[in-house]
Design a protein around this ligand. Sequence first.
Ligand code: HPA
Length: 247
Amino acid sequence: MTELAIIGGTGLTSLNGLEITKREMIQTPFGEPSGPLTHGVLNGKEVLFLARHGDDHTIPPHRINYRANLWALHNAGVKQVLAVAAVGGIHEALPPGALAIPDQIIDYTWGRPSTYFEDDLSEVTHIDFSYPYCKALRALLIEQCQAMGLSICETGTYGATQGPRLETAAEIARMERDGCTMVGMTGMPEATLARELELDYACCAVSANWAAGKGDGSVISMAEIELNLTTGMERVRSVLEQLLLRL
Ligand code: HPA
């Protein structure tokens, strides 16, 4: 059984070099996931891949069926999830192209189905979420980046916003005062749902742009985001490939 899954975000809708053994569309009690679960072998290790925004990148962050995605992975026997996510850099250490392994989250999203614990409950459940990411998986990611000589941000607070629009400069200034070092639209409720299902979950974030009002104040375009992600995601691909050998 494949125990490791990679959830790919913007800029990572497939894994180069993955020898695909099976693709299956799963129905879950929460509906359909973003796309088929792709089972395969990468660098000799079994891995499962799911494109968070769909194979053709057509599902916006607020419409992703996070519950179905995580449920489908759990149902397939996955125990560990490496989530790859594009973010905007708020902290000066996160220019476009930089990588970060966040250790905290602040949730600014709203209206997203964000728990499995709401219907047919025998008791009310409150999961511990003090430390939202898996320490061991984060350490692996950090060690792998260091082994490859990549300079990365080893900690950071991921501020999860609703999207799909980007933020205003004032919103980013507020998020910075709150302690956010990066901003993205998909980190929540993905991380919560992984914890509810007792999956080990860590995120490798790639800065696609300076967050609103940071950088030189020029308009943030999709073209710029895509261009910056091309280099960033190449690095992430190599990190993931090498990391598989350590698991
Ligand atoms: N804001 C929110 N999400 C993002 C950004 C951003 O600037 N860049 C990439 N994902």
